[in-house]
Write a protein that binds this ligand. Structure first.
Ligand SMILES: NC(=O)c1ccc[n+]([C@@H]2O[C@H](COP(=O)([O-])OP(=O)(O)OC[C@H]3O[C@@H](n4cnc5c(N)ncnc54)[C@H](OP(=O)(O)O)[C@@H]3O)[C@@H](O)[C@H]2O)c1
Length: 288
């Protein structure tokens, strides 16, 4: 299944386009000839991306930057005013902006959970709501939502992030059916560990083990796979062999995956107070 998409006539809005995966998707879209609005909080990084594209030959009228903090209603309103004014309708919404948080849930303060949900879930959901009138006027309208392997298998050391991405999966799965009546297709993309500044930009970083060496998927490869999935009107794609293996193993052998991950968590948190409590040291020679 699929639709013939004419990229040259596609009007796209990409969130989180100032960095990483969103930036790679926006660049790929512009190279395909689409008109793209790039949004993120950092005007400097958005402008750097846009000027790089124009230097490489893109038509400046096809690359528009709009800085916005998507957790703020006023910024979302302003963004969608510009989108309506410049495009009139949206054919492709890439709902990608997101943040991570690493470390043990019980050692984090409540704001970490709230901040992660504020961006990964509530902002994503409100961007979808605000985009609906423009998407429903679009041609072969599609919303791509950035999920994660963590949207299908929760990982220790990433409790807040995993929970937010599971919420994304539930949102996508149910909204996909509701939005059929508007002819809007929804695709969830679950990248594996990708080489972006995602870890540096995390709102909390208390995990002791870095997964930097696992970040092997290039943002460009994620962009290519994501846009191919848009063309094929896929419901969901899961990327990287390791990512697919984890999701598959979890479906059939969840206890085995739990076991593997509990060994992994020991490496993350060698002095975890919780783990120490479970294995108390024997007190030797104690006189009472
Ligand atoms: N990298 C991976 O391995 C990986 C794997 C699976 C899923 N993902 C998902 O892919 C998406 C992009 O991540 P990435 O790896 O590209 O990370 P990244 O390089 O840190 O990019 C995150 C983007 O989100 C934007 N953003 C963050 N908070 C925002 C806010 N309040 N308002 C507006 N924009 C905001 C950032 O822009 P500003 O800082 O300019 O606001 C940035 O453009 C996320 O949803 C992430 O969960 C990533």
């Amino acid at each position: 299944m699929g639709v013939r998409r004419c990229w040259g006539e596609t009007r796209a809005l990409v969130t989180g386009a100032s960095s990483g995966l969103g930036r790679a998707i926006a660049e790929d879209l512009v190279r395909r000839g689409a008109r793209v609005i790039l949004t993120g909080r950092s005007l400097a990084r958005l402008e750097e991306t846009a000027s790089g594209l124009v230097r490489a030959g893109a038509d400046p009228d096809r690359v528009i930057v709009v800085p916005a903090d998507l957790t703020a209603q006023a910024d979302r309103d302003r963004l969608f005013e510009v989108v309506k004014d410049r495009f009139g309708a949206i054919d492709l919404l890439v709902n990608n902006a997101g943040v991570g948080a690493t470390g043990q849930f019980d050692t984090h303060e409540a704001w970490v959970l709230r901040r992660v949900f504020e961006i990964n879930f509530f902002a994503m959901a409100e961007v979808s709501r605000a985009a609906l009138p423009l998407l429903s006027e679009g041609v072969a309208p599609t919303m791509l939502v950035m999920g994660s392997i963590n949207a299908r298998r929760g990982l220790p050391g990433r409790v807040e992030y995993s929970a937010s991405k599971f919420a994304v999966s539930g949102f996508v799965e149910s909204l996909r059916i509701e939005w059929r009546r508007y002819g809007i297709h929804i695709l969830q993309v679950n990248p594996g560990f990708s080489a972006t500044p995602f870890d540096e930009n995390a709102v909390a970083k208390t995990a002791r083990v870095s997964v930097a060496s696992w970040r092997t998927a290039s943002p460009e490869s994620v962009a290519t796979a994501a846009l191919r999935a848009v063309e094929k009107q896929k419901r969901e794609i899961t990327l990287t062999p390791k990512g697919r293996l984890l999701v598959l193993a979890n479906r059939f052998l969840p206890r085995f995956v739990d076991w593997g991950l509990s060994r992994w968590i020991l490496r993350h948190f060698p002095d975890s107070p919780v783990l120490r409590k479970r294995k108390p040291r024997r007190q030797v020679g104690r006189v009472s």
